[in-house]
Every structure is written in structure tokens, then in C-alpha cells.
Design a protein around this ligand. Sequence first.
Ligand code: PMP
Length: 452
Amino acid sequence: MTDAAGTAAGGWGLPQERRLVTEIPGPRSRAKFARRLEHVAAGVGTTLPVFVEAAGGGVLVDADGNSLIDLASGIAVTSVGNAAPAVVDRVVEQAHAFTHTCFMVTPYDGYVDVCEKLAELTPGNDAKKSALLNSGAEAVENAVKIARAFTGRQAVAVVDHAYHGRTNLTMAMTAKNMPYKHGFGPFAGEVYRAPMSYPFRERSPISGVEAADRAIDVLDKQVGATNLACLVIEPILGEGGFVVPADGFLPRLREWTDTNGIVFVADEIQTGFCRTGDWFACDHEGVVPDLVTTAKGIAGGFPLAAVTGRADIMDSVHVGGLGGTYGGNPVACAAALGAIEIMQKNDLAGAARRLGEVMTHRLDALSATHSCVGDVRGRGAMVAVEIVGTDGHTPEPVRAGSISAYCHSQGVLTLTCGTYGNVLRFLPPLVMPEPLLEEAFDVVAAGFDATA
Ligand code: PMP
């Protein structure tokens, strides 16, 4: 993925290097942040208050001229690299042609092209169709609408630690109160939560199939399978802590939903589009969902989301029942076609697996020397470490935050997540040059030492 000069594939020109010329954040960013505080609602948070002026490959360049290594990808969005040329070129061409018609008013090819690609790339060989939306939450909302229309049922099953968005229905589906739900109720009804398979936090070892049967028992007893329209589940939990369920958990749930006429919705908004080393995380165990929700990595940074699934399910909604003014905007579709082209041409699924090996290797090494490493987990380039106390169990969100803050101060952008806020997660662009990733993990390792 890198040329002789160490520049990530693509040619956007930014040196692929960590370069600090001021403290982080620097004076210019601090001044801009003061203006932000004045004009932007306080409820909109900030992970790292540096103002970005350019980004490409694996780096972000801020207003003070610092070049930071990006281990966030804008929360798993810029998988093809920021401002990837194949995305930018298509976007410019499309923007010159036309920027909007509303697909529901007058159609255009880009929308249909993206739907065709989604049918080809998502799991399963059945005839599939898609509807395009603007955001992940909107895709999840639409998946529920479609499942309800298809089944004539109302209840929605989700799991512990799930994250599905911030709209009213998806807040109800999201597990964590603070900051996502606190004070924002009442929430949508008919949402029921089942226990997840969370291997590190099980009281005693339990197989994936047993964990699925535990979830099924709760849903059977408390909701009744025949009342359930759908089960919505992230194949690897994202915001909930990069929790990888035990093998067999997803296949068993897939089998049970099939037997009971429940629509199985895989929320692949964070895991999809090569992030986990396959096109979709469900591919890993050969699970074929009825519906898949996608967003984030699909369009190289442009707002686009989709529900894709079996044609008979997708077509169960009356004409005019799905849509929205901007859903499948032509510029966003052009960006998606560029991003998908990069993923296919450059085998970004393979790149994700290689980056994942580097990160896992580095974190495993840290676990040998730091007792605060409770669990190293993830798949492909979606990797995390859960930080715990000396008992090997109690969540340590303050330590996780300190390590992350150390990385920020040294020019490496990291994120935290998890129900307990104690998970450091790593989501590099899939075009990250490996030496740069190694350098970033030198900083992460120093962060463990500095906060010990
Ligand atoms: N589902 C999952 C699994 C997500 O990770 C997210 C975003 N973090 C969403 C849904 C919501 O997506 P958006 O922020 O685009 O609404």
C-alpha cells in the first residue's frame, strides 16, 4: 500500500508522518476552539480540540501545522483514506454535473449503481434490493420499518451494550444512558433487550451457542417470538466496546430468527466495508442476514447510508413508504462508487487484516507487561484493549482516558468506547502505511508506561 517514499497509496500529497511543531492543541487551534464554544451548542462534544485543515492517507494536519497519526478515521468512516483521489475526482465530476434532484422526484444512475454494488457485496446470494438514506441511525430506523411492514409485527429485539444511533427509535435501541439517552425520553416503545455474548465479562465460560440460547430464552419468555418483527444486532459491537461475540452466537441467532419468521438485521454501520478484514463482519461465520444496514465506510466521508436485503422483504413496503429528501444524494453516491472501487482494486479487506495483525501484536506485547490490559480483541482493523484494575476485572475508564489523552498530546488520535468507558479502540484508515502504524503504537505503548 505504500510507495518508495512511504506515501500511502493514492497520491494526495500529504507527507505520511507524525510531526509536532506546537503543543497539542496549539495556539491557533485553541483560538478557534474559543470561537467554537461561542457558536456551537455545548451538547456537541469534541474528542481532541485540534482544528483540521488537511487530511489524507493516515494523517490529519491541524491549523498549527502539526501532522497527527489518525487512529480514528472519523469513527470508522475514512477507511479508504481521507480525501482519497478516486473519491474526490468522482465527487468533483458529479458536483459539476448536478448536485441534487431528489431521487424520489427524478432518478439518476449513481443511486442505482450503489444499490447494484450493495447487492453484489453484501452477504448472501438471494436477489437483493436497497434503499439509500443519509445516516446510520436513519438506516436502522428504516430497517425496522421494513421489518414491521414485512412481518406485520411490532416488537424489536436488541442486545446489551448495543449502539444504533441518536434518533428517538434508535435511542431506545441503544443501550448506554450517558451521554446518548440521558434526559431525552420518553423513548419509542416495543424495544426489548437481550443479553449479549461478551466473552471477557461472562461470570463463567459460556459458548456462543449457549449465550445465544440465553438471549433467545429472554426474548421467548418476555416478548414471545411471534411478536418479534426483527432482531437488530451489530456482529461486533462498536460503541459498546468492540465486543466480539463467541463463535456460534450469531449463527445460532440467525437459525432461531429463521425458524420463527423474525427478520435478522445486521447493523454493519461500523463493521462493514472491509473494516473487519472481510467485506462485512457477518461473512466471517457465513451468517447471511435478511437485512444489512450500512453507512460510515461506504462513501469515504460523505453522508450516505443504506438498508440492503432480500428483495421480497425490501419490497413489502408500499410505494412512497421509504425515502427522504437527500437519501442517496448524487454526490454522496459518486463518493461511494469511488470508495468501493478503491476497496476492490486495492484489496482493503486484506489491508485491514494486515493492520489488525500489527495492532494485535503490539497490544498483546503490552498485556505481558501491563496488568491493566484486561482483554485485547477485535477483528481486522477494528481492534481494542479493555483497561481494568488490579483485580483484572474492574473497569478503569480514568486510566483509559489518560492513555488516550497521552496519545493525543503526542500527536496520535485515539478513541475510547464501551459501556464502562474503559476501552481504547483503534480504527486506522485501511491505507495507513505500516511504519506509521508502528510509530503510533510506540506512542500508545509509551502512554501505558506514562500512566502506570
Ligand atoms: N449503528 C452503529 C453500529 C454505529 O456504530 C453507528 C454510529 N456510531 C450508528 C448506528 C449510527 O450512525 P450515525 O451516527 O451515522 O447515525
